[in-house]
Design a protein around this ligand. Structure first.
Ligand SMILES: [Ca+2]
Ligand SMILES: [Ca+2]
Ligand SMILES: [Ca+2]
Length: 408
């Protein structure tokens, strides 16, 4: 009786004990699905009617990287890991039914339970950099370098459909034509279930796998689109531009950075868009596409910014520093790690920041910039960590492992 329980205390995460079984409490809305592990924090805009907050890259369509949960005070330990033969750079995702999903460069999406026991795997024809997304109905979406966006049945991993992005003549392997149409971006799920991702442009794909619109760009889009409350879609491209695309798929504006934009945008409550570029800058743009300020670091900003509840923006740079930047674009503090930062930071409910570095460590940093703890893993931590309701942290590493860490 693995799920047997006498009280709610016997149940992991936020499950409750009913009839001696640990079950997910029903959500108070009409969705019918089990309660997600996280919603956007109180005071945020109402969450979109659908996906749980950790059901996609950066937790929700605004991409603020805010967790409603608390990071452990004490240094956590690895409680289990999933081993794969290739780096895991995408961010894990936790489903409302208690599956942890990871995707790796070995080309597979793997689903394990909250104790790391394998549930299913799905193999694509090429590497996966994409963070899996989970819709309210349990459908799992992930992209692959084989140029497809896949929709999978959440319980079994069975493929429901695939959508081929672009018309690249070579779909797999390396080289410009093999990579131009890669689906690297973790799909963003909109309130109506539409999926936003990138390839040889920005794509909006209906929940049934048909194309809603494609917005052509001059370069590959690896940036995961962010979706504003009014339906505007923002994404960066390797053509150096940041685009705003209307719900109709038409261009609203284009902002030119000075180098590739691999970072994914985050949208502040007032509509300000934050995004990094290989030109070493973090940009703050108005909803009309005007530059409010640019903060210059010493190397590429590929990570996606997180926005704290007080408006502080947190982003790492290839210069090895995690920056905390005030709303006006001035530096609050910088925290030095031992190598490049590609990982996008998470902000917990009390403002503590969690980020990985290529020095192989995962750092928890207090809101004042002081180190709380760090944990050494087996390789670069480019993956963006996520946090579950019981304080468990899930993160991938270049050593091929997806880790679960928990404090005693
Ligand atoms: Ca490809
Ligand atoms: Ca650069
Ligand atoms: Ca390293």
């Amino acid at each position: 009786m693995p799920d047997g329980c006498g009280s709610d205390k016997d149940c992991k995460l936020d499950r409750v004990c009913e009839a001696n079984q640990c079950v997910w409490p029903q959500r108070p809305d009409s969705m019918g699905a089990g309660r997600p592990l996280a919603w956007s924090s109180p005071g945020d805009e109402a969450p979109p009617a659908g996906p749980p907050a950790q059901g996609m890259f950066r937790f929700d369509p605004r991409h603020r990287g805010r967790s409603p949960f608390l990071l452990p005070k004490q240094k956590p330990e690895v409680v289990w890991m999933v081993e794969t033969p290739a780096p895991v750079t995408s961010s894990p995702t936790v489903s409302a039914s208690g599956l942890v999903l990871g995707a790796g460069h070995h080309g597979k999406l793997f689903a394990v339970d909250l104790e790391g026991k394998p549930a299913w795997t799905f193999a694509a024809a090429d590497m996966m950099w994409s963070t899996p997304a989970i819709a309210a109905d349990g459908t799992v979406y992930v992209g692959s370098d084989d140029d497809n966006l896949y929709a999978l049945e959440g319980k079994t991993g069975k493929m429901l459909w695939k959508y081929r992005v672009g018309t690249c003549q070579q779909t797999v392997g390396i080289g410009p034509e093999a990579t131009r149409c890669d689906v690297d971006a973790g799909p963003t799920i909109g309130p109506d279930g539409a999926l936003y991702t990138g390839g040889d442009g920005i794509y909006a794909i209906n929940a049934n796998g048909t194309l809603r619109w494609r917005f052509a760009t001059g370069g590959h889009v690896g940036s995961s689109p962010a979706l504003a409350a009014d339906g505007t879609v923002y994404a960066g491209s390797q053509d150096n531009s940041i685009y705003a695309v209307g719900p109709d798929g038409k261009r609203q504006w284009e902002f030119r950075a000075r180098d590739d934009v691999e970072s994914s945008p985050a949208i502040e409550e007032d509509g300000t868009i934050y995004i990094g570029s290989d030109d070493n800058r973090l940009y703050a743009l108005s909803p009309q596409g005007q530059m409010l300020w640019a903060f210059t670091t010493a190397d590429d900003v590929r990570a996606s910014p997180a926005i704290g509840r007080d408006g502080t923006v947190y982003v790492g740079s290839f210069d090895g520093l995690l920056y905390a930047i005030r709303r006006d674009g001035t530096l609050l503090w910088a925290f030095r790690t031992g190598d490049r930062i590609q990982s996008s930071a998470l902000v917990d409910a009390s403002g503590v920041i969690l980020v990985g570095s290529q020095d192989d460590r995962l750092y928890a940093i207090e809101p004042d910039g002081k180190l709380r703890w760090s944990v050494e893993l087996g390789g670069d931590v480019d993956s963006s960590p996520i946090l579950a309701g019981d304080g468990t942290i899930f993160v991938g590493s270049d050593d091929g492992k997806m880790y679960a860490l928990r404090a005693k």
